[in-house]
Design a protein around this ligand. Structure first.
Ligand code: AHR
Length: 526
C-alpha cells in the first residue's frame, strides 16, 4: 500500500513536471517496446508527379528575413555577392529551392514596386505597416530576381490588391518580363538588367479576407477577375495566375472563389499555421515544451490533411480535371515571441519538433500531389519555421532545413502509393497515428521512402513489403536527437543534423525497418 501510494505520487510529480510544465527542458523517457507497424509500398503503381514546387519557400519583408538574413548590402563585411550573403545563398542552394514567393504576406498588399527599383540611395524609405520599422527598399525587384537566379528558383511574385491598382500590377509584369522597347522595358535596362526575367507565378493579393483588405469572398472574386485580366504575357513569358484562397476550415471562401472565378485562375492558395494551442494569444513556446505540447502540436499539424481533402473536394466540383492547383503558400509552426525579441519580427527557434512537423506536412503534400501543386513554408530565414537563422555574420541550419534537404529527392518524382498500418500515439485522451509516410520513384527509377515517427517515446518496427519490386539495397539518413527540444544554436550549431541510417534488415523480399522514436527518416531503395 505504502509503495503503491509512493509510486502514485511520484507519477504525479513526473506528470506535473513533464506534461504540464512547459518550462521544463524535456528529456526523453526510456524507449518502450517498439510500436509494430506494416507498410506496403505499391511500387507497381504510379501516382501523379510530385510538383517540385511543393518544396517551395517564402520570403517576406518581415523582421530580419530580407535585411540581415538575405541582404547585407554590397559594402557589408559579411561576404556577399551583389549584396546577398554568400553563406545563406550557398546553404539554400543545397535545398534546390524550386520556387520562392515574395514580397509577402501581408506586406504584399502595401508594397509598391516602383519604390524598389533604380539607384538604391534614391529609393524611398517607407514604414512597414504590417510588421513595424521602416523599409529602406534596398531589396526590390532586381535583387529578388537576382536571388532567384542564384538559387535556380522560379519566381513567385505576390501582387498588391489591397492598396494597389490593376495598372500598377500590369506595369510591374511588363517591367520584369517585356523584351520590347517599351518605356518600362527600357527603364529596366537603364536599371541594369538587359534581358527580361521569367516570372512564372503571380498572385493577386494575399489573405484578402484579412490583412489584404478584409474582403468578402464575393467581392474578392470580382476583384480577382478584374486584376487577373491585366496580368499579361510578354515576350514569351507565361504567367500562372494565382488567386487568394482560404485558411484552415474556411470552406465558404473556396466555394465562392471556385464557383465565381475558377476559370480565370491557375491556382488557389491555402494558408494553415500549426500552433501548439489553438489560441493565437497564447500559442506556446518554441523551445520549452513537454509530451503534451509535443502531441498537441503534431495533432494540429496533421489537420493539414483534413483541410486539403475538404478544400480539394470543393475544387473537384468545379474543376474535376484538377487544372487549378491548390497552392499551400503559407504553412509551418508559429510560436510565442521569445522574451526580448521584437513584437513584429516573428523570430523563433526551431527544434526536432519542427523537423517532425515538416516531415509530416511534406508527406501530406506528396500524397495529395494530384491537387497540391505548390507549398511555401513560412518563412525561409529568421522568421517562423525557418530553414536558417542568422546572427550578424553567424548562420545556423535548423532541423527543418535538414528535413527539406533530405526530402528534396521527392521533387519532380512520381508518387508511389503506400498503405501504412500504424498504432496510435496517445497522450491522455488525445490520439494521433504514430507514423507518417510517403514514397516516390525518381526519373532514374530509384524509390524514395520518407517516414516520420511522431512518438517521442517508442521506436517503430515496420514490416515493409513492395508490390512488384525486389529491393536489393537500402541507404538513407535519419534526423533525431535524445531530446524533443534539441536545436542548433550559434554556440552549438551541430547539435542536430542527419546521420546515416542503419536500422534495417533485408531478408529476401522482407524489409524490416527500425525507426527511432521522434525521428524523420528518408531512404533510397534499389
Ligand atoms: O507569415 C506571416 C504572415 O502570416 C503573413 O504575412 C500573412 O500572410 C500571414 O497571416
Amino acid at each position: 500500500m505504502v509503495l503503491q501510494s509512493t509510486s502514485v505520487s511520484l507519477l504525479f510529480v513526473f506528470a506535473i513536471s513533464g506534461l504540464l510544465m512547459p518550462g521544463i527542458d524535456q528529456a526523453v523517457g526510456q524507449d518502450r517496446e517498439p510500436n509494430k507497424a506494416t507498410l506496403v509500398v505499391r511500387s507497381d503503381q504510379a501516382g501523379p508527379v510530385i510538383n517540385k514546387n511543393i518544396y517551395g519557400q517564402f520570403a517576406e519583408h518581415l523582421g530580419r528575413l530580407i535585411y540581415e538574413g538575405l541582404w547585407v548590402g554590397e559594402d557589408s563585411p559579411i561576404p556577399n555577392t551583389r549584396g546577398l550573403r554568400n553563406d545563406v545563398v550557398a546553404a539554400l542552394k543545397e535545398l534546390h529551392v524550386p520556387v520562392l514567393r515574395w514580397p509577402g504576406g501581408c506586406f504584399a498588399d502595401e508594397y509598391h514596386w516602383r519604390d524598389g527599383i533604380g539607384p538604391r540611395d534614391k529609393r524611398p524609405k517607407r514604414p512597414n505597416a504590417s510588421w513595424g520599422g521602416v523599409d529602406k527598399n534596398a531589396f526590390g525587384t532586381h535583387e529578388f530576381l537576382d536571388l532567384c537566379e542564384m538559387l535556380g528558383a522560379e519566381a513567385y511574385i505576390n501582387g498588391n490588391v489591397g492598396s494597389g491598382t490593376p495598372q500598377e500590377m500590369m506595369e510591374w509584369i511588363e517591367y520584369m518580363t517585356s523584351d520590347s522597347d517599351s518605356t518600362l522595358a527600357q527603364l529596366r535596362r537603364q536599371n541594369g538588367r538587359d534581358k527580361p526575367w521569367k516570372v512564372p507565378y503571380f498572385a493577386v493579393g494575399n489573405e484578402s479576407w484579412g490583412c489584404g483588405g478584409e474582403m468578402r469572398p464575393e467581392y474578392y472574386a470580382d476583384e480577382y477577375r478584374r486584376y487577373a485580366t491585366f496580368i499579361k504575357n510578354y515576350s514569351g513569358n507565361h504567367v500562372q495566375k494565382l488567386a487568394v484562397g482560404s485558411h484552415d476550415d474556411y470552406y465558404e471562401w473556396t466555394e465562392v472563389l471556385m464557383s465565381q472565378a475558377a476559370r480565370y485562375m491557375n491556382g488557389l492558395s491555402l494558408h494553415y499555421y500549426t500552433l501548439p494551442t489553438s489560441d493565437w494569444s497564447r500559442k506556446g513556446s518554441a523551445i520549452q515544451f513537454g509530451d503534451k505540447e509535443w502531441h498537441a502540436t503534431l495533432a494540429r499539424t496533421l489537420r493539414m490533411e483534413e483541410f486539403i481533402v475538404k478544400h480539394s473536394a470543393i475544387m473537384d466540383k468545379y474543376d474535376p480535371q484538377k487544372r487549378v492547383g491548390l497552392m499551400v503558400d503559407e504553412w509551418g509552426t508559429w510560436y510565442d515571441r521569445e522574451p526580448g525579441r521584437d513584437m513584429g519580427a516573428l523570430y523563433q527557434q526551431n527544434t526536432l519538433r519542427d523537423a517532425v512537423v515538416a516531415g509530416i506536412n511534406l508527406n501530406i503534400f506528396n500524397r495529395h500531389a494530384d491537387r497540391v501543386q505548390m507549398a511555401n513554408i513560412a518563412q525561409m530565414v529568421n522568421v517562423l519555421q525557418a530553414m536558417i537563422l542568422t546572427d550578424k555574420e553567424k548562420m545556423i541550419l535548423t532541423p527543418t532545413y535538414y528535413v527539406f534537404k533530405m526530402y528534396k529527392v521527392h521533387q519532380g518524382a512520381t508518387l508511389i502509393p503506400v498503405d501504412l498500418t500504424a498504432p496510435e500515439y496517445k497522450v491522455d485522451q488525445a490520439s494521433a497515428p504514430a507514423l507518417s509516410a510517403s514514397a516516390s520513384r525518381d526519373k532514374e527509377g530509384r524509390l524514395h521512402l520518407s517516414i516520420v515517427n511522431l512518438d517521442p517515446n517508442s521506436s517503430a518496427e515496420i514490416s515493409t513489403t513492395f508490390s512488384g519490386a525486389t529491393i536489393k539495397s537500402v541507404t538513407g539518413e535519419v534526423l533525431t536527437a535524445s531530446r524533443m527540444n534539441a536545436m542548433n544554436t550559434f554556440e552549438n550549431p551541430n547539435t542536430i543534423k542527419p546521420t546515416s541510417f542503419s536500422g534495417y534488415k533485408l531478408q529476401g523480399s522482407q524489409l524490416t525497418l527500425s525507426i527511432p522514436a521522434k525521428s524523420v527518416v528518408v531512404l533510397e531503395l534499389r
